[in-house]
Design a protein around this ligand. Sequence first.
Ligand SMILES: Cc1ncc(COP(=O)(O)O)c(C=O)c1O
Length: 89
Amino acid sequence: MKLEQNHPGGTPVFIDCDRETWNMDPVLLDAELERCAKAGKLPKAVAPTDLYGQCCDYAQIYAVCQRYGVPVVVDAAEAMGGKYFTQRR
Ligand SMILES: Cc1ncc(COP(=O)(O)O)c(C=O)c1O
């Protein structure tokens, strides 16, 4: 995983995907961040990855991350040709 290569010592935590889009599920992200917050160990960042030209649900992901004060680092390498609302990436 790229983040692990660039930031050795970090521990990636994976969030399962949405069944329809196969992108990060914001509901599961919320549950994981709540669990982390209760443990007093929020992640340094959340890194959603767009897949097969489909963008993640950034409105939901940003809203969740903002609530916990966790920055979002977007990996849009696979978003080519996709649209987010009306904007082509
Ligand atoms: C999700 C994702 N991120 C990043 C990359 C770019 O990886 P690299 O810099 O190793 O070419 C790819 C390439 O396929 C990718 O699929």
